[in-house]
Write a protein that binds this ligand. Structure first.
Ligand SMILES: *Cc1c(COP(=O)(O)O)cnc(C)c1O
Length: 486
């Protein structure tokens, strides 16, 4: 059971004179602070830091950590985000001193092991994607989108073409049109057909001669493999455009289908989703991208190359868009992905996807009897149910259901995304959950749909805070206690 008490702030727990650490007396001559920092940079008074013992601080943060949900404590069926179990082996290997104690400015001859790992990972990502060139630099999936689109823009410039339009289906993640806009393109949305795929008539209408890129999430955020993928890719290529695959849903097709084979020219991975890197709470991710040979010159610099039996960072890439991230990218996340991939091997990765799809179809077959799933009898790794009938009949919304699940110890699924399904509840079980957990989740979900509407409107009832104003929390976050007025 989660801790329900309101938490006192460290400043409220503070007692003057309490300390965590007793330093030994200084045994070298003390230097006046003004000799080190110019006096105009010095504060007039010391900051009012809380004074506590180490034990009080540890207890405070340990208790705080239990007020949140995590993959290690709760089932977390968050659609599109692939919240799978994060194997502890990855953590152990990623924190080996030979990895965490490296400094990015070390001479390349002293970081050959890390360079080898990154080089091999570039190759592994290329093999899984069917796209021969790879950059590990982008720091997140959305950053990978932007980086690849910037590379595409530079590619079109290099061949003297002025292309402006980036197409993306209306079920796409909001980052797709945002990245297109930031890379200097005009984002144009394509409608979905009644089955959740790309509406081919609308696609043909919007496929103009100045198409630069079509961005597509396949399998889509509805958990459906795009039936017309080949036809779409061929039509875009015929116009001289490129296909970008949003790889957030790679967990459904590892070792089964390769984006490079079904028409993609560029893609990103989300190692923190597909390859079990811990994420959530805005934690670090990575967004490596893979592209075709003709786009390779435009990838960010440096890329890790092999020179005889040595590995080196190749900066000599005159057409590159330049750096998009300091040093080599978020290597901690990349090392975890490398461990995960090598510990599964090719057959193991294929099994990951097969089981992710199996688990999703098992849940779909149970959930659809009490929460309609408007698109698809079958799904890939996730599916989208809708609470719109419940809302019409009893006023119960997707939000109510998501919030109430917290009371029963389940993290809420993704709600209200994609925008094409009203009262969307997007469920992605992942392959790391047992049948017992899935059954318990379905039973709870069903029970909630039978509960009193008033009880649901006020859920959650067991968390320290029930329903914050989400818009205000996002638009004007108040992160410092002494600045909060209410
Ligand atoms: C998560 C996600 C992204 C963005 O990835 P980040 O790593 O969060 O930046 C893009 N598209 C889809 C479909 C996603 O699920």
């Amino acid at each position: 059971m989660r801790n329900q008490q309101a938490t006192q702030l460290l400043s409220e727990l503070s007692h003057p004179g309490r300390v965590a650490v007793h330093w030994p007396p200084c045994d070298v001559p003390e230097q006046p602070i003004e000799d080190i920092i110019p006096s105009n940079f010095l504060a007039d008074e010391a900051p009012k830091l809380p004074e506590l013992t180490e034990g009080e601080v540890v207890r405070h943060y340990t208790n705080l950590s239990t007020k949140n949900m995590s993959v290690d404590t709760h089932y977390y069926p968050l659609g599109s985000c692939t919240m799978k179990y994060n194997p502890k082996r990855n953590e152990r290997l990623a924190s080996l001193p030979g990895i965490v104690d490296l400094h990015p400015y070390q001479d390349q001859s002293t970081i050959q092991g890390m360079l080898q790992l990154l080089y091999e990972l570039q190759g592994i990502f290329s093999e899984i994607s069917g796209l021969p060139a790879c950059s590990l630099q982008p720091a997140a999936g959305a950053h990978g989108e932007l980086t690849a689109l910037m590379a595409a823009a530079k590619y079109f410039k290099s061949i003297g073409e002025d292309r402006k339009v980036v197409l993306a289906p209306d079920s796409s993640h909001g980052t797709n049109p945002a990245s297109a806009q930031m890379a200097g393109f005009k984002a144009v949305s394509i409608k979905s057909d009644p089955n959740g795929g790309v509406d081919m008539d609308d696609f043909r209408k919007k496929l103009t001669d100045d198409i630069a890129v079509l961005m597509i999430t396949n399998p889509s955020t509805l958990g459906l493999f795009e039936k017309n993928m080949r036809e779409i890719a061929d039509a875009v290529h015929e116009k001289g455009g490129l296909i970008y695959l949003d790889g957030a849903n790679m967990n459904a097709i590892l070792g089964i289908a390769r984006p490079g084979d079904f028409g993609a020219d560029m893609m990103h991975y989300n190692p923190h989703k597909t390859f079990s890197g811990p994420h959530g709470g805005g934690g670090p991710g990575a967004g490596p991208i893979c592209v075709t040979e003709k786009l390779k010159p435009f990838l960010p610099s440096p890329i890790v190359e092999k020179d005889g039996d040595r590995y080196k960072l190749d900066f000599d890439r005159p057409d590159s868009i330049g750096r998009v991230r300091s040093f080599f990218g978020n290597t901690g996340v990349l090392v975890r992905a490398y461990c995960y991939i090598l510990s599964h091997g090719p057959e193991g990765l294929r099994e990951v996807s097969e089981n992710a799809v199996l688990n999703a179809n098992y849940l779909l077959s149970k959930v659809k009897h009490f929460l309609p799933v408007p698109r698809g009898e079958r799904c890939m790794h996730e599916f989208v149910a809708s609470a719109s009938e419940l809302k019409k009949e009893r006023g119960i919304t997707a939000m109510d259901i998501g919030k109430r699940l917290l009371d029963y110890g389940f993290h809420a699924p993704t709600v209200y995304f994609p925008l094409t399904i009203p009262e969307a509840i997007m469920i992605e079980p992942t392959e790391t959950e047992s049948k017992e957990t899935l059954d318990a989740f379905v039973q709870t979900l069903f029970k909630i749909t039978e509960e009193d509407a008033e009880l649901l409107h006020e859920a959650p009832h067991t968390t320290p805070i029930s329903r914050p104003n989400e818009v205000q929390a996002a638009r004007s976050p108040c992160l410092r206690a002494d600045f909060c007025s209410s």
